[in-house]
Design a protein around this ligand. Structure first.
Ligand SMILES: Cc1cc2nc3c(=O)[nH]c(=O)nc-3n(C[C@H](O)[C@H](O)[C@H](O)COP(=O)(O)OP(=O)(O)OC[C@H]3O[C@@H](n4cnc5c(N)ncnc54)[C@H](O)[C@@H]3O)c2cc1C
Ligand SMILES: *[C@@H]1O[C@H](CO)[C@@H](O)[C@H](O)[C@H]1NC(C)=O
Ligand SMILES: *[C@@H]1O[C@H](CO)[C@@H](O)[C@H](O)[C@H]1NC(C)=O
Ligand SMILES: *[C@@H]1O[C@H](CO)[C@@H](O)[C@H](O)[C@H]1NC(C)=O
Length: 499
């Protein structure tokens, strides 16, 4: 009989109380640790899919510890203006082309009947600048071509083993830089709206890979289509419905905030903020890169230098959707609007939800800001952000008296201690070896989550792919065939910097 079966027959909780915890807790000896084969930290896409991978391998003695009161992680829906809108992810990005690779999020969405709608990013857009509606679609289309040349020339660099540079260098080298506010807004739509950071802050090579593996079928990607979830059960529904198919109530603990993660040669042990402890043979940590970068969760022993360097060097970017509801729609009939302010990144991308394809008659529109601008507005009171946004609307619609919005809302992802940003972005001078180190396990402690995905960092399907990979790997550990992920102690320059 496998030891796992034995544990199940005896009952974990019985063992925990009747025989005491296998190892006393470091921080609260009065509470015995309940012991499992595997602990999963976080119940987002990565955590749930890792759990499913364990389940599929016949392992049921695992426990998901989640700080929130539901599964979904960054899939957070919110009631606004009589509709359920999405604070976090909204799109299935890349679908499938012919019989090519399928986005696994699409597969789950179809399986569970999630209601989605094709969102026409490039064919349904109205352009604005401070003088109101101004047609610069030619500049917009030109920015699409400039972006394609950026991505393709990054491939040529990889082919020649040239060092990575910033995407800004790439634009400049291609003589494809943006100069005027209109050109900058069009570039922003291509670049920052996707990576949540500027071309200056982003790796030319890695962002180009990211684009290709998701959007370009010829390069192994899914497709260039984006499906917007308009499901009134929330986008999270696809994940919760998937979880319902295999998770037992005793395999999840909600409202459980991990404070401390200790690992040794023999086990991983965590302490919650209320002092309760749990231990396991193996653990999978799916907390966001932003959480790992901050002191919300402590590691014992301290993270080794190579791990700390990797965690500290990938970037947690921020993407902020600002929602407004008005008594009635007075804006563009297209799906999207683009506003070119003299300051790059100032309230640039607008999306109408009051559109026949989405929520007609809702009076809802939202505008997105990213990166440093997101961090800026998170520090401001709502009232000031609202006034700024309304000021931009007055410039976009000079002949309309903009009414007072019925409702106004934006989530503060960067300040949220459960996320500390929205999703990861790969900066320049972050080498592939750094990313290996980011992903690498520390003995019995494995890491998963969107940031750990080399092909799909930032995306829901990245979180899924890593959850599947790491869950499968840890199942092998439990079943006696443990494999460690590669890491290097020192990431060195190929050529020394010399003065
Ligand atoms: C605004 C925004 C827009 C986005 N848009 C898209 C999009 O359109 N399409 C797309 O594909 N992707 C998008 N993304 C990215 C996508 O949301 C993520 O890639 C994905 O959800 C990450 O899943 P994860 O499981 O790796 O992490 P998470 O979802 O962050 O899961 C980690 C879990 O750990 C929990 N946790 C954190 N700290 C603790 C603690 N101390 N103790 C216990 N639990 C803790 C959290 O509550 C969370 O549930 C967007 C993200 C944001 C924020
Ligand atoms: C992206 O894909 C294109 C093919 O569509 C290819 O030419 C280019 O080299 C790829 N870029 C990278 C960075 O791999
Ligand atoms: C230990 O746990 C008990 C029960 O949860 C709690 O009442 C107590 O405050 C904890 N002590 C410490 C030091 O955390
Ligand atoms: C706004 O009004 C002015 C003056 O009446 C007019 O010239 C202009 O075309 C109008 N603009 C729009 C966007 O309707």
């Amino acid at each position: 009989m496998s030891s796992h079966l034995l544990w199940c027959l005896l009952g974990i909780h019985l063992l925990g109380t009747a025989f005491g915890s296998p190892v006393a807790s470091a921080t609260n000896d009065s509470v015995p640790a309940s012991h499992h084969k595997v602990l999963i930290f976080g119940g987002g896409v990565s955590g749930v899919i890792a759990a499913r991978a364990l389940h599929d391998k016949g392992i049921s003695d695992f426990l998901i510890l989640e700080a929130r009161d539901e599964l979904g992680g960054r899939l957070i829906s919110h009631s606004f203006g009589g509709k359920v809108i999405e604070n976090g992810p909204n799109w299935i990005q890349g679908t499938q082309t012919g019989s090519g690779p399928e986005n696994p999020i699409l597969k789950l969405a179809l399986k569970h009947g999630l209601k989605t709608q094709f969102n026409d990013y490039f064919g349904s857009i109205t352009t604005y600048d401070p003088d109101g509606s101004t047609d610069y679609i030619d500049i917009f289309n030109n920015a699409v071509d400039k972006y394609t040349s950026l991505v393709n020339s990054a491939g040529a660099r990889v082919g020649k083993s040239l060092v990575d540079l910033t995407s800004r260098s790439g634009y400049l080298i291609n003589r494809a830089n943006a100069h005027t506010p209109q050109e900058q807004a069009a570039e922003y739509y291509q670049f920052d709206w996707e990576y949540a950071q500027t071309p200056e802050q982003t790796s030319w090579i890695a962002s180009s890979w990211g684009n290709n593996f998701t959007y370009v079928p010829e390069a192994g990607g899914f497709s260039e289509d984006n499906l917007l979830s308009i499901d009134q059960r929330g986008f999270k529904y696809f994940l919760q419905a998937e979880g319902d198919e295999f998770l037992e109530a005793q395999q999840i603990r909600y409202n459980s905030r991990v404070k401390n993660i200790a690992h040794s040669d023999s086990q991983v042990r965590v302490t919650l903020d209320d002092g309760q402890t749990f231990s396991a043979d193996y653990a999978i940590c799916t907390f966001s890169l932003g959480v790992l970068q901050n002191d919300d969760v402590r590691f014992e022993p301290e993270l080794p230098d190579y791990k700390l360097e990797a965690i500290s060097s990938m970037t947690m970017a921020t993407y902020t959707k600002i929602f407004l509801q008005f008594p009635k729609k007075f804006w563009f009939d297209t799906e999207m609007g683009l506003y070119a302010d003299s300051e790059r990144g100032r309230y640039p991308v607008w999306q109408s939800l009051d559109h026949e394809n989405f929520f007609p008659g809702s009076g809802i529109i939202f505008v997105t800001v990213t990166g440093d601008y997101s961090q800026r507005i998170e520090r401001l009171p709502d009232s000031q952000v609202k006034e700024e946004v309304l000021g931009v609307m007055r410039q976009m619609f000079p002949n309309i008296t903009i009414p007072e919005p019925l409702d106004f809302f934006f989530p503060r992802w960067f300040s949220d201690p459960l996320f500390r940003g929205s999703y990861s972005n790969w900066p320049p001078s972050f080498f592939s070896e750094h990313h290996d180190n980011l992903r690498a396990n520390l003995g019995r402690l494995y890491f998963s989550g969107e940031a750990m995905s080399q092909k799909y960092f930032g995306f829901l399907h990245g979180a899924y792919d890593e959850g599947q990979n790491i869950g499968t790997l840890v199942a092998q550990c439990v079943q006696g065939g443990c494999v460690s992920l590669k890491s290097v102690q020192l990431v060195r320059n190929a050529h020394p910097y010399e003065i």
